[in-house]
Write a protein that binds this ligand. Structure first.
Ligand SMILES: Cc1cc2nc3c(=O)[nH]c(=O)nc-3n(C[C@H](O)[C@H](O)[C@H](O)COP(=O)(O)OP(=O)(O)OC[C@H]3O[C@@H](n4cnc5c(N)ncnc54)[C@H](O)[C@@H]3O)c2cc1C
Length: 401
């Protein structure tokens, strides 16, 4: 016999956990369960990221990313303070290495101001004052950029969901979704569940969950692996906070940057190369199903054609350590090849349209009783509590309506 819930949240990453948390904050007593197929929460994107609480500089004004990152960051900092998760406001500089990058820096400054994000323009001296080992002709200082450990945030969210009366069921994979007029029937590896509503926050499996519910999107999740280099411990003083290049136009990835993590380690990267598996256990894991889907999807080829030069450069930097080091030496010349080693990696879920466009903004789609979070790339970890609040509002609206 199926057990009965008000809301089933599929996926125990940071977005699913935040949705469950916000549902219970808004409506204590609601029967909510998070269904996560791994043996612990936050095992995929949510713990394999840069750990940056983005202040919201980059995102198109009015976009969901712009709105949710601002509100989400404030909520996340408050949540972390209340639940004992460390946050450090280390700030960030975006560096224009030469004069050709000044128009890009000015455009970024303008966008930050339009988004209401505090930034200050730095000249070469100001840049040196903030980051003594960084060289460039100018910079943009974002004092509000911070770092945390999103894996620890997931643990804290899971505890908070349980403390509020919700359930977090791990080792439970959703394998079927039947959206009926009376309830959503969810088939899992641990038995059936009936829910009045469901929220699918399945990250790298988002499009498959939508297909499972009988509403396959035209877009497809394409996995992009991001790998970091790690600076050797003796040189961590070279970077005080976050150091980013001026973003190259047209792509949502932010270029080779340096992040001083909450534990003091300094990571360089991540890059972005097509991954051979959505949820592999090693950087070079291959999944037949994932590969065939990527190859069959016309959007992949159109994307590759459009950004061939960038793609080749990313693969080159992925294989040749020296190439990444050279990219970072442009603005931190003191870092040499001997000072880095290969570090961790993670796989991004990136929704791609059939015409090869990378879907930039967060994408949430309703289908019957199920809300699907189809695209939650960076800064979705920063924004999770705001996305969760939005999802909770939509679900409760439906339950009440
Ligand atoms: C390299 C990299 C760097 C990043 N840096 C940053 C950053 O600095 N700042 C930032 O804000 N964001 C960053 N991000 C983005 C951020 O990590 C993601 O946007 C965020 O973690 C997405 O969370 P999620 O819950 O949607 O997905 P996930 O964390 O992937 O969670 C999805 C969950 O669904 C589960 N699941 C899937 N299918 C099923 C099923 N059938 N049944 C049950 N469970 C299922 C999975 O096991 C998984 O736990 C980065 C991401 C990457 C990869």
């Amino acid at each position: 016999m199926a057990d009965h819930l008000d809301v089933a949240v599929i996926g125990g990453g940071i977005v699913g956990l935040a949705a469950a948390f916000q549902l219970l904050q808004a409506r204590p007593g609601l029967r909510v369960a998070v269904l996560e197929r791994e043996s612990a929460v936050g095992q995929h994107q949510s713990s394999r990221n840069s750990g940056v609480l983005h202040a919201g500089l980059y995102y198109p004004p009015g976009s969901a990313k712009a709105r949710f990152s601002r509100a989400g960051k404030t909520a996340m900092e408050r949540f972390c303070a209340e639940h004992g998760v460390p946050v450090a406001r280390t700030g960030k500089v975006v560096v224009a290495v030469d004069r050709r990058e000044l128009p890009g820096l000015a455009a970024l400054e303008q966008r930050a101001r339009t988004n209401g994000v505090p930034v200050a323009r730095l000249d070469a001296d100001g840049l040196r004052e903030r980051e003594p080992h960084v060289v460039g002709v100018a910079g943009l200082w974002s004092p509000e950029t911070a770092v945390t450990d999103f894996g620890a945030v997931c643990q804290a969210l899971a505890r908070a969901v349980r403390a509020a009366g919700g359930e977090v069921r791990t080792g439970v994979e959703v394998v079927g979704l039947d959206d009926r007029p009376s309830a959503v029937r969810i088939t899992t590896t641990a038995g059936d569940v009936a829910a009045r509503a469901a929220v699918a926050c399945a990250g790298l499996q988002a499009d498959r969950l939508a297909a499972m519910a009988g509403d396959p999107p035209a877009e497809q999740v394409v996995p992009f692996r991001g790998a970091w280099l790690e600076l050797r411990p003796g040189l961590r003083h070279l970077v005080r906070g976050n150091v980013y290049p001026v973003p190259a136009g047209g792509l949502p990835f932010l270029g080779v940057h340096l992040t001083r993590r909450i534990d003091g380690r300094v990571w360089i990267g991540p890059n972005a190369v097509l991954a051979g598996a959505r949820e592999g256990t090693r950087p070079w894991s291959l999944s037949g199903r994932d590969l065939i889907e990527v190859i069959r999807f016309g959007g992949t080829w159109r994307l590759a054609r459009r950004h061939l030069g960038v793609a080749v450069g990313e693969v080159w930097r992925d294989r040749v350590l020296r190439a990444t080091v050279r990219a970072v030496q442009r603005y931190v010349p003191a870092i040499g090849l001997r000072d880095v080693r290969r570090g961790p990696w993670g796989v991004r879920a990136q929704l791609v349209a059939p015409d090869g466009t990378l879907v930039d903004d967060f994408t949430i789609r309703a289908s019957g009783r199920v809300l699907h979070v189809l695209n939650a790339p960076s800064p979705a970890a920063t924004s999770a509590l705001a996305i969760g609040e939005d999802l909770a509002g939509r679900v409760l609206g439906r339950l009440d309506g």
